[in-house]
Design a binder for this molecule. Sequence first.
Ligand SMILES: NC(=O)C1=CN([C@@H]2O[C@H](COP(=O)(O)OP(=O)(O)OC[C@H]3O[C@@H](n4cnc5c(N)ncnc54)[C@H](OP(=O)(O)O)[C@@H]3O)[C@@H](O)[C@H]2O)C=CC1
Ligand SMILES: O=C(O)[C@@H]1CCC=N1
Length: 282
Amino acid sequence: MTQTTARPHAAVLGGGVMGEALVTALLAAGWTADDVDVTERSAARAMELSGRYGVRAADPNAKAVKGAGLVLIAVKPQVVPDVLTEIAPTLRPGTLVVSVAAGIPVAVYEAALPEGTPVVRVMPNTPALVGKGASAIAPGTHATDEHLDLAERALAATGLVVRVAERDLDAVTAISGSGPAYALYLIDAMAEAGVLLGLTRDLATRLAVATVEGSAALAAQTGDHPVVLRERVSSPGGTTVAGVAQLDAHGVRAGVVAAARAAYDRSRELGAAAAPSPRGDR
Ligand SMILES: NC(=O)C1=CN([C@@H]2O[C@H](COP(=O)(O)OP(=O)(O)OC[C@H]3O[C@@H](n4cnc5c(N)ncnc54)[C@H](OP(=O)(O)O)[C@@H]3O)[C@@H](O)[C@H]2O)C=CC1
Ligand SMILES: O=C(O)[C@@H]1CCC=N1
């Protein structure tokens, strides 16, 4: 059965950073609090989310998915196999399973869940919390365009959502999934430099945040290549070329590439660890 209801009852499994972002996204996209259940390992955290958003703190996972037409998995990758074992017996036919877990291949979900279960993998990022996220979604074997549409409706309030093939998700994870940490690392470094040069920390941080936000907006709104935009900041013989030469001298570009490569490799490792063993004896 294909689940195409506009806003089916949703169960968010795992109410950590990303689970909370998904709960807020659903509510912002028009789901009512009555239509969203959230499960957690710790009852205190589940109650916290329930108190904050009015959603139902439901447990265990097997019970939460019983009445759901949309299940969103937001536990750590290492916990995904156990959660799939828990929910497989009670998942309704046709319920769309959406997972944000890094690295875990669609094949792992499809092997553990009832035959024909539609699965969509999502790689979101934390700016989703303020509607400025970037998410990529990839369909499993049984996910139709309608299932992708439903996943997009669920993510509508989080920001940019793009459709990709599953093979691209490790790279997406390395760039936009982990990317906010790289950007925030830069902001922190710029603010720290401002303090070193005599600004107050508050002023330096505000300037660094506004500068990175403004630069991103400039790139997004003009569509100009980042190098062209960078050249416009760089007056001949001026301050910017002096500064950027130091970024090159300190290998910052190479560091960013190495960071993304390491995140990509880690995403693949997480997937390999969760994959059924060749002997099929997991
Ligand atoms: N944070 C991010 O920027 C992004 C994260 N993701 C993915 O989102 C997923 C969650 O990450 P994140 O939110 O950062 O991690 P968190 O640790 O913040 O959230 C996971 C939550 O799941 C809870 N949990 C553990 N076991 C169960 C269970 N059996 N049933 C229900 N809940 C359970 C954890 O509780 P406890 O802490 O008590 O174990 C925790 O609160 C990961 O798979 C990650 O790859 C994807 C993109 C970006
Ligand atoms: O660090 C992680 O593993 C998750 C996935 C992408 C961002 N955070």
